[in-house]
Design a protein around this ligand. Structure first.
Ligand SMILES: *Cc1c(COP(=O)(O)O)cnc(C)c1O
Length: 432
């Protein structure tokens, strides 16, 4: 399996090179030459396979010979060593909980896989790898946890000032050693631009061995494909069509869902659920993609005005807008809608949902009004306590932090603060 650059399909690299480079020099994104498919046999035995077995068969299609099978099994078992429960809320609505990992958001899976794969490739080299990552909150937390103490790897985490939650900031800044948190006076999009600039900056590249742990990197979205296999396993007996609602920001998770469909999963509808950062929703309705400045909302991990995986989503459909619309419906919701949804989920189903999951639920409700005969799954992408203030305001009951978060909040974090790319460059240069 080779991966080409979305800017120039004649540039092709292996899995290993794509992971280690992070981004092609022409600033496109790596994309699988061909989406691999799983055979009928696999789907027949799927109900009886464990999560680890499903993961091995799926991921092997992308890594092929670049990771030996014994090591791949070990990497997988460390990546998904927690539960992915799917809870039925009503006859036709279920919620897939993706927050049972160490930093309580779905980003743990991609970050843990990436850290282990990089460390596997790096074990043959004596040159240090420097990972650059921009975060709207949860990626940074998951990456800090996944990479902390990993030998031979330094990690710079850029997060936007005043735009991530208390818990997220602690999760990013309490590690010392090889983790370098950087607070940026700007938005997530500003952080993402700085990372892309550094990754292709000739001065820096001559000195550092860079890669990224953002969903720019293929190793972030490849393991996320598994969510949809796990979800499908739960609904396998349903006689209705399956629709999945994905609260989306940078569209890495939604792209993973498309790949799972390409591999053979019978998911009929993908619902892109957005907050007011609606560049993608506008693209679906107008066929024009226009990046916007990001707007601050209570589902802050989705405050992305120019989702980097838009290019991959478009490439998946060979840039044909009509084909995109056949599979994906997109809706955008404001904070008021989101708060009402949190209250509604609690009152109707006794389910405490965070603002991101609530946007996913709103996508289900809206689709259901317009369509009949679907079985729905929405993704709960973070535990509500990561967004405690926003969640607590909506439900008329007192909720408290889990013990491990209480303890975390008592710790002191440390970070470096910057405003501009040149300050970022100086900071990287000051560390070796
Ligand atoms: C990152 C994140 C999202 C958005 O996921 P993308 O893959 O960037 O679209 C949604 N919810 C939460 C809680 C997140 O951390």
């Amino acid at each position: 399996m080779k991966y080409f650059s979305t800017n120039d399909k004649s540039i092709k690299v292996s899995f290993r090179e794509a992971v280690l480079n992070g981004i092609p020099l022409d600033k496109g994104l790596y994309f699988p030459e061909k989406i691999p498919t799983l055979n009928k046999d696999f789907f027949e035995k799927l109900p009886n396979l464990s999560n680890d077995q499903i993961a091995f068969e799926c991921i092997l299609k992308f890594t092929e010979k670049d990771i030996d099978k014994v090591s791949l099994r070990k990497i997988i078992s460390e990546t998904i060593n927690f539960k992915f429960p799917c809870k039925k809320l009503s006859n036709d609505i279920s919620v897939l909980e993706l927050f049972h990992g160490p930093t309580m958001a779905f980003k743990d899976v991609g970050a843990r896989f990436t850290s282990r794969v990089l460390s596997y490739f790096n074990s043959y080299s004596d040159k240090k790898v420097t990972v650059l990552v921009a975060t709207s909150g949860d990626t940074g937390a998951a990456v800090a946890s996944g990479f902390h103490g990993v030998e031979g790897i330094d990690v710079f985490i850029l997060f936007p000032k005043d735009r991530i939650s208390k818990v997220q900031e602690k999760q990013i800044t309490i590690h010392s050693g090889n983790i370098y948190p950087v607070k940026v006076d700007g938005s997530f999009d500003d952080c993402q631009k700085m990372v892309k600039e550094a990754l292709t900056d000739n001065d820096l590249m001559s000195k550092f061995n860079f890669t990224t742990a953002n969903s720019i990197n293929i190793s972030r979205w490849i393991p996320q494909i598994l969510y949809y296999f796990f979800a499908y396993k739960e609904l396998i007996d349903s006689d209705k069509n399956i629709a999945v609602s994905i609260p989306s920001g940078n569209f890495g998770n939604l792209f993973s869902c498309l790949v799972s469909i390409g591999m053979g999963l019978p998911i009929k509808k993908v619902i892109a659920s957005n907050n007011l950062n609606n560049s993608f929703t506008n693209y679906i309705t107008s066929s024009c993609y226009e990046p916007r400045e990001s707007i601050k909302t209570i589902s802050s991990a989705m405050d992305v005005g120019d989702p980097s995986n838009f290019i991959r989503v478009a490439e998946f459909f060979l840039n044909d807008h009509d084909s995109v619309k056949k599979v994906i419906d997109a809706y955008s919701f404001n904070d008021e809608d989101t708060k009402i949804a949190i209250a509604d989920l609690y009152e109707k189903y006794n389910y405490i949902c965070d603002p991101h999951g609530a946007v996913g639920y709103l996508g289900v409700k809206k689709h259901k009004l317009l369509n009949k005969d679907f079985s729905y799954i929405f993704l709960e992408t973070a535990h509500f306590s990561k967004f405690m203030d926003e969640t607590r305001d909506c439900i008329k009951t007192s909720i408290s932090y889990p013990d491990e978060i209480e303890k975390l909040l008592l710790k002191d974090g440390e970070y470096h603060q910057i405003n501009t790319y040149s300050q970022f460059k100086n900071y990287i240069n000051s560390i070796d």
